[in-house]
Design a binder for this molecule. Structure first.
Ligand code: PHE
Length: 339
């Protein structure tokens, strides 16, 4: 038995020394010290020994067990250290290496101009509201005083979803939505996409962008309209910009006008952008029609207001000297990265 113990000690200490993984270490532990382990077996057989042999072998067996346990612990610590070292090595970061550049996108030219326009109006105390792109015939036409036979209602001009639901052809329905919800004073702009059944070409798209503006309060006059929009035009195109208002017709404003600005490309001298007129049409506007106010339960005898609507796409085209509207919506990175 003594020989056996010595052999076990010799062999196991040697094997344990060369072990490199926790798994192997555990296997050897079970093999020696587990329930059916070699050493456990010997300790169990102690009873068979004589009275004189028992304490000697017993002490020896205990010593061997302690030695093995200790060796296992040492090896475990060693393996742990080695694994940590390996991990540190494999996860090493070279802090001197140049960083990986995140490819940030940039804003679409239309968004850029929208941001600029929003800034200008926010500076004048307007707030920003959004409305649904899928609209009812009521808000898009009826409540805006369009008579039953207005050409804008035709299939050729308008995308109908059902007889009563359509893709909004203008942002103006939000005038009504806002006035229904909010009592004056009102001072808002509403940017958004609008849809008309147009053929695509260099200046037309079935989807384009507008910004609606609405001001309602006591004592609002055409002078407020002209003053506000003149300040806006100068902020957008520069102090030298002049504006002029031409009479126009919209069903939901009375009187109505279109506003032209001096062409920012030639300072009003005439160039191919403004077709040699020196002027560029920017927006439609007018005093909110009393019928529209009344439809929204705002008393036209007490309150008055003005509204305006401008096409964002054309302003962006002019601003960035882009010759074809289609480029705006093709999502060609080579184009979009230029702004
Ligand atoms: N909604 C009109 C259009 O699309 C523009 C407009 C808005 C005119 C507000 C007057 C007042 O042409």
């Amino acid at each position: 038995m003594k020989d056996k113990l010595l052999r076990i000690r010799e062999e196991s200490l040697n094997t344990i020394k060369s072990i490199e993984t926790f798994k192997q270490l555990e296997e050897i532990r079970v093999k020696l010290l587990g329930k059916k382990g070699e050493l456990t077996q010997i300790l169990r057989e102690m009873g068979k020994l004589s009275e004189t042999e028992r304490p000697v072998i017993g002490q020896m067996a205990n010593e061997v067990r302690d030695k093995i346990n200790k060796k296992i612990e040492e090896t475990a610590a060693f393996i742990k250290n080695k694994e940590l070292e390996l991990r540190l090595k494999s996860e090493q970061i070279d802090v001197t290496m140049p960083g990986r550049k995140k490819a940030l996108g940039n804003k679409h030219p239309i968004t850029k101009v929208l941001d600029e326009i929003i800034q200008i109006f926010v500076g004048m105390g307007f707030s920003i509201v959004e409305g649904p792109e899928i609209e009812t015939v009521y808000y898009n036409f009826d409540a805006l005083n369009h008579d039953e036979f207005h050409p804008a209602r035709d299939m050729q001009d308008t995308f109908y979803i059902t007889d009563d639901i359509l893709l909004r052809t203008q942002t103006s329905p939000n005038q009504v939505r806002i006035m229904e919800k909010q009592k004056p004073p009102i001072r808002v702009i509403v940017p958004g996409k609008v849809f008309r059944s147009d053929q695509i070409d260099a200046t037309h798209s079935p989807m384009f962008h507008q910004i609606e503006g609405l001001v309602v309060d006591k004592g609002i006059t055409m002078a407020n309209l002209k003053g506000t929009l003149d300040v806006f035009a100068k902020a957008l195109y520069g102090e030298k910009t002049k504006t002029k208002f031409r009479p126009h017709n919209f069903p939901f404003t009375e009187p109505s006008a279109e506003m032209d600005c001096t062409c920012s490309a030639c300072n009003g001298n005439g160039c191919n952008i403004c077709k040699n007129s020196g002027w560029i049409e920017i927006l439609g506007a007018g005093m909110v029609h009393p019928n529209v106010l009344a439809k929204c339960n705002i008393d036209p005898e007490i309150y008055s207001g003005f509204a305006f609507g401008m096409g964002l796409d054309r302003i962006s085209l002019l601003k960035y000297d882009i010759s074809d509207l289609r480029l705006m919506f093709e999502n060609d990175k080579r184009f979009l990265m230029q702004f």
